[in-house]
Design a protein around this ligand. Structure first.
Ligand code: SF4
Length: 283
């Protein structure tokens, strides 16, 4: 059985940057808190927590003072920075520069007259909360193409996307809103903010899934981009499986298989994919 690893698999640039920030502080022996899971990958979180990092939730933040707090690549709303300032918390800002640029864009646009901001993303997702928080009074969030049919529209509507949404779904949302705004005499300004580190992987991933008898996709249970990229594999090759760690593999899946392709989410570290490959080779 031949096992190959997709060459683009491994952390995306934004996650590498945040994880490197955490590693460098922990290696100096300093105490570090992280606001929310640094990455939607249980094994990587465990690795950093074993080095001393402590993960806390946003609800717990007001109780912390005089410490170092890492903001992960998803970013945070302005209210988080405000609490940190009041509580003398030193922010180690791991917000991905791509997310930071979208946040600044929303903040600038929302200052204009008669403008509303629509964010296409998963409600409650930390990145979406960070985007929404730039202008809560002028923003609203939709999570599905269906919601685009019913959501309120405005005379000038700026549409943004969570960076990991599906490109086809975003295109469908644009098409629906364009039609609705045309009818209502308004205008839609589209900001395609889906991250290239996710969307550009689609064609290569599809080809990779077709080239192999089966695909093992490694990703965290709560990884949005993992779900999107896994679907690309499954559509191309129905014999695709999603696993969070090597122990979830079942030997029976590999019956009569000659080629196995391994890949993962942008939040899956390369070392984790290597561990899964090792276990498959053991079969
Ligand atoms: S997926 Fe893109 S936007 Fe999100 S952290 Fe990675 S590089 Fe940044």
């Amino acid at each position: 059985m031949k096992v190959s690893i997709e060459e683009k698999s491994g952390f995306c640039y934004g996650v590498v940057r945040a994880v490197e920030m955490a590693d460098s502080i922990l290696e100096k022996g300093e105490a570090l808190y992280c606001l929310g899971q640094i990455v939607h990958n249980e094994m990587e979180v465990k690795r950093l927590e074993e080095k001393g990092m402590i993960t806390i939730s946003r609800d717990e933040l007001p109780a912390y003072r005089n410490c170092k707090m890492l903001i992960r690549a998803h970013g945070e709303p302005p209210s988080t920075y405000e609490i940190a300032r009041k509580n003398n918390i030193e922010i180690i800002d791991g917000t991905c520069p791509i997310v930071r640029k979208i946040q600044s864009g929303i903040s600038a646009k929302s200052a204009e007259k008669d403008v509303r901001i629509l964010i296409f993303g998963k409600k409650g997702h930390p990145e979406v909360e960070g985007l929404y928080g730039q202008s809560p009074e002028k923003s609203f969030v939709i999570s599905s193409v269906e919601e685009a049919r019913n959501t309120q529209v405005a005379s000038i509507l700026h549409l943004y996307s969570q960076t990991t949404m599906d490109t086809d779904a975003f295109a469908a949302v644009v098409s629906i809103l364009e039609g609705r705004l045309q009818q209502a005499g308004g205008s839609l300004v589209v900001h395609n903010t889906i991250c290239g580190h996710v969307s550009h992987r689609r064609p290569g991933l599809k080809k990779f899934a077709l080239e192999n008898d089966m695909v093992i996709f490694v990703g965290g249970k709560h990884s949005s981009n993992g779900k999107v990229l896994f679907e690309v594999c499954r559509e191309a090759n129905p014999r695709s499986f999603y696993v969070g760690e090597p122990e979830e593999l079942e030997k029976s899946w590999f019956k009569d298989v000659e080629t196995v392709g391994l890949t993962g989410a942008t939040s899956t570290p390369r070392w984790q994919i290597d561990l899964v490959a090792e276990r498959i080779r053991g079969f």
